[in-house]
Ligand binder design. Structure first.
Ligand SMILES: C[S@@+](CC[C@H](N)C(=O)[O-])C[C@H]1O[C@@H](n2cnc3c(N)ncnc32)[C@H](O)[C@@H]1O
Length: 246
C-alpha cells in the first residue's frame, strides 16, 4: 500500500498544532526519546555521534537533528512533510544541517552514505517497515547503525479507541495490528516482535539490543492518556531497537 500521499497531507495539516503542543517537551533538552522524554544518557541507545554522518528518518521539527549537529555530527534531516521541514528550518540552531523532503520507504541517497540512521517515532512508524528497513540498511555503510524507537505492540493492543486511552484490557488483536488507521486516511505501522526481528534480519542487520524504555512513576506521557497513569512503568510502551549492518 502507498501511504505516502495521505501521510504527507496529514502531517502538513497537523504540523503547526503538533509543534505547538509537543515541541516544548520534545525540545526541552537534547536527545530525549519517545513519549516519556527519556534521555539517551539513561538509555545508551545512540551513543557518541561526533564526526559521524547521521540521517534522521522523519525528523519533524528537527529537535534531535539540531542537537546532534551541535555535537559535531554531519546530520541530514529527512521528512515527508514540507510543513514539518519548515518547522525544522525555522528552529535550526547555529550548527546548520541540510533538510531533505522524502519518504523513508524511497530514500534518495546512495548506498553506504551514512554511519548512523535513526528516528524517534519517525519514518519507521509512518512507512511500511518491510520497505523502510531495507532502505535504511542500504544507505548505511558496513558497520553503521540503525537505531529507532516505535510504540510497542502492548501499547497498541491495549489502546481503547472509544475511550481514547491505553488500558489494562486487550482491545485489539496482536496478530494483524500491521497498519493503524490514523485521521484523514493516514496510516501508521506496527509489527509484532517476531515480524520486527524478521524484517531487521531480512535486511541484513544484526540486532544488538532491544531497549524497553521504562519511565519513572509520575513521568507524564506527552501524547496519550493511560489508565492507570503509571501504565508505562508497569508494561513496555516503546521498543527502542539498536542494530548494525555487519
Ligand atoms: C511523530 S513525528 C517524529 C518526529 C519527532 N521525533 C517527533 O517526535 O516529533 C513523525 C514524522 O514522520 C514524518 N513522516 C511521516 N511519514 C513519513 C515517511 N513515509 N517518511 C519519512 N517521514 C515521514 C512526519 O512528517 C513527521 O514529521
Amino acid at each position: 500500500m502507498n501511504s505516502i500521499p495521505a501521510n504527507r497531507r496529514f502531517w502538513n495539516r497537523i504540523s503547526s498544532a503538533y509543534q505547538h503542543e509537543h515541541d516544548p517537551h520534545i525540545g526541552a533538552a537534547p536527545r530525549l526519546w519517545g513519549m516519556y522524554s527519556i534521555p539517551d544518557a539513561h538509555l545508551h541507545a545512540l551513543g557518541d555521534v561526533t564526526g559521524k554522518r547521521v540521517l534522521e528518518l522523519g525528523c519533524g521539527a528537527g529537535q534531535w537533528s539540531r542537537a546532534l549537529a551541535a555535537e559535531g555530527a554531519t546530520v541530514v534531516g529527512l521528512d515527508l512533510s514540507e510543513a514539518q521541514l519548515a518547522a525544522a528550518a525555522s528552529a535550526m540552531g547555529a550548527a546548520r544541517y541540510p533538510l531533505v523532503q522524502g519518504a523513508a520507504e524511497q530514500l534518495p541517497f546512495a548506498a553506504d552514505s551514512f554511519d548512523v540512521v535513526f528516528c524517534d517515532f519517525g519514518g519507521l512508524s509512518w512507512a511500511p517497515p518491510h520497505l523502510a528497513v531495507p532502505q535504511a540498511a542500504r544507505v548505511l555503510r558496513p558497520g553503521g547503525r540503525l537505531v529507532f524507537n516505535v510504540a510497542s505492540p502492548w501499547f497498541e493492543a491495549c489502546y481503547d479507541e472509544a475511550a481514547a486511552r491505553v488500558t489494562t484490557t486487550l482491545q485489539q488483536d496482536y496478530f494483524g495490528l500491521d497498519t493503524i488507521a490514523e485521521d484523514d486516511g493516514a496510516t501508521s505501522y506496527q509489527l509484532t516482535y517476531g515480524d520486527w526481528v524478521r524484517v531487521l534480519r531480512g535486511a541484513g542487520l544484526v540486532i544488538d539490543d532491544l531497549i524497553e524504555p521504562r519511565p519513572e512513576r509520575g513521568t507524564p506521557n506527552g501524547y496519550n492518556e493511560t489508565e492507570p497513569p503509571d501504565w508505562a512503568h508497569r508494561w513496555p510502551s516503546e521498543l527502542l531497537w539498536v542494530t548494525h549492518k555487519p
